[in-house]
Design a protein around this ligand. Sequence first.
Ligand code: SF4
Ligand code: SF4
Length: 186
Amino acid sequence: MTRLSTLPDEPVTVTPMRTFPVIRDLVTDVSFNYVKAQEVPSFAPPPNLRPGEYRMAQADVGRSQEFRKCIECWLCQDVCHVIRDHEDKKPAYAGPRFFIRHAELDMHPLDTLDRRDQLREQHGLGLCNITKCCTEVCPENIKITDNAIIPMKERVADKRYDPLGLVMPGWRNRSRKEKRSSRPGS
Ligand code: SF4
Ligand code: SF4
């Protein structure tokens, strides 16, 4: 975010976002983002969990709060080179705003879904080369790459290349769910 008072005393040029089609003046068609938003499955807590039964660690609360600061300004989507320069990749790529949405849900201690296959196959996490352009423009100062993309890349690699997972398919996923179901209140 740039305060007007910090700008030099000279003309300022304002342009529409470059990645999305211009509708008129500064207005762009950002419907791509809403299509991707609909593809991310909602939060899925255990069905038997009742309000007030679960206590979350402060670290888990803090992580969710950081990701939920997103105001969906789409600046991170605008600067991401995969969306901007590779039209052919867009059907299988969601972009940084939705990488933090996946991260928020996948790292949530109550979420029961395994979101890693969708993130890799349908939302193209592997196409991100961690340039950090998205993090640099985020007006909410969300650490998109360090706190969401890199941990999710590690989680995806963990599932795909973990030797135990290869010899015992489903072991890692069972272990995640068993860990959750053993937590207090779950
Ligand atoms: S770090 Fe990844 S998601 Fe962010 S702008 Fe770069 S390629 Fe896109
Ligand atoms: S730049 Fe930040 S606030 Fe804007 S959509 Fe991306 S994550 Fe959300």
